[in-house]
Design a protein around this ligand. Structure first.
Ligand SMILES: O=C(c1ccc(-c2ccco2)nc1O)N(Cc1ccccn1)C1CC1
Length: 410
């Protein structure tokens, strides 16, 4: 910005010289100079908007607007947008579903917003009938704005063994007040049994990085990537809650949605995930354990998957907790409430605390005495996964501009 004051000074000087100075009073008739004066009055109706005035100077001298000035101007001129919608938990917070409008007239589907993947795919009129059980179907033939991408296909498989595949359309997609006019909508022709049996889930809306998108022959942009240039701020936020609806917002950070400060950490997007590093953890009122935990913020995964050393340290504090091979995970007595679990954020001592009750993920049987643990191991994955069990204890900013994650308590 160092160059800016000089530019303004030069402009004001030039402006003074070029201001409308009246023609010479000597008009060659009587030889007598004719003079006149003009009194200037301030226009009371003119509302000063600094950025607009400044932008005029930049434009006058054909100097490109710095990003901040461009954003300020567009915010004043109302060219920016924001949006958002509720995220409603399914049983035991296994997933959160958000209404998404697709097509013209709008077809509203409840989608699982998933920061761990980057395909927007939906159950559709093209999904084989035997694989549909109650889901709402997107029918592109009923949308005047649908355009088929001929020859384009997609196919994805997830870490829990589920999968889906199909063809691709472009159509208008909105989340609340935020609309993307030409979004790739991947229609499922086949889905695995995990999706068929999840009757309230009409598909996924991926908010991972574009490199993960599976569309062939040309990868397609995510809803966030398409929306970003029009957003007030290049961010979306996840405010998931335990057992009650939370919210995804786009383009702004709601100051009423969190407490204290937001601590931002860097993101490694090289694998397509919102991949960050926590400095360690604490169990209950115990001391903080400094240990590097590299993992992803993944709204599409239900549990908190951590390195085995951390998991065994946690369950080692709970009498009766054990690894149960029939459940393929750690189980613990549902009562008494297990200890809190905190993970560190940044190097200033910030942390997100999971109340112990979040670790009682779900009863394993009808008696309700034994619970499946909300914290499980990440063996075989290669990184930790901060899924919904962790995310619902925090307000999380996904910043696509700076490629950082912001974590706050709430
Ligand atoms: O399910 C997925 C997942 C998401 C997207 C993709 C993918 C493949 C191609 C494009 O995206 N593949 C996955 O596998 N988890 C969570 C997970 C949970 C349990 C075990 C392994 N992983 C990815 C985010 C880490």
């Amino acid at each position: 910005m160092r160059s800016l004051p000089v530019l303004v000074a030069v402009t004001l000087a030039l402006g003074a010289l070029s201001r409308n100075v009246p023609p010479s009073p000597r008009d060659g008739t009587s030889g007598q100079p004719r003079t006149f004066s003009l009194t200037q009055e301030r226009n009371p109706n003119f509302i000063r908007k600094g950025p607009i005035q400044l932008a005029k100077i930049y434009r006058k001298y054909r100097v490109p607007l710095p990003p901040d000035l461009k954003t300020a101007v567009e915010r004043i001129l109302g060219k920016r947008s924001t949006g958002g919608a509720v995220a409603t938990p399914e049983d035991h917070d296994v997933e959160y579903l958000t209404p998404v409008s697709i097509g013209t007239p709008e077809q509203i589907l409840n989608l699982d917003i998933d920061t761990g993947s980057s395909d927007l795919w939906v159950f559709s009129s093209e999904t084989s009938r035997s694989e549909v059980k109650g889901q709402t179907l997107y029918d592109p033939s009923n949308s005047s704005t649908a355009q088929k991408l001929e020859g384009y296909t997609w196919s994805i498989s997830y870490g829990d063994g589920s999968s889906s595949a199909g063809e691709v359309y472009l159509d208008t997609v909105s989340i609340g007040a935020l609309t993307v006019s030409s979004q790739a909508v991947e229609v499922a022709q086949k889905v695995s049994s995990e999706f068929t049996s999840d009757s309230n889930n009409d598909g996924l809306l991926g908010l991972g990085f574009g490199s993960l998108n599976t569309v062939q022959p040309n990868a397609q942009k995510t809803f966030f990537d398409n929306a970003m240039p029009a957003l007030d701020s290049p961010v979306f936020t996840a405010d998931l809650k335990a057992g009650i609806p939370g919210r995804y917002n786009f383009g702004y950070i709601d100051p009423n949605a969190y407490t204290g400060n937001i601590t931002y950490v860097s993101v490694d997007d090289s694998q397509g995930f919102w991949d960050w590093t926590s400095p360690g953890y604490a169990i209950g009122s115990g001391s903080f354990e400094n240990t590097t935990i590299k993992g992803i913020a993944d709204t599409g995964t239900s549990l908190l998957l951590l390195p085995s050393s951390v998991v065994s340290a946690y369950y080692g504090k709970i009498s009766g907790a054990k690894y149960d091979s029939t459940q393929a995970g750690y189980v613990l007595p549902c009562s008494p409430t297990p200890p809190d679990f905190a993970f560190g954020v940044g190097d200033d001592g910030a942390a997100i605390v999971l109340p112990g009750k979040y670790i009682n993920y779900a009863p394993t049987g009808s008696s309700g005495t034994t619970c499946f643990g909300g914290i499980q191991g990440d063996s075989g994955i290669g990184f930790a996964i901060f899924g919904d069990v962790a995310l619902k204890a925090a307000f999380v900013v996904f910043d696509g501009g700076s490629k950082t994650l912001g974590w706050a308590s709430k």
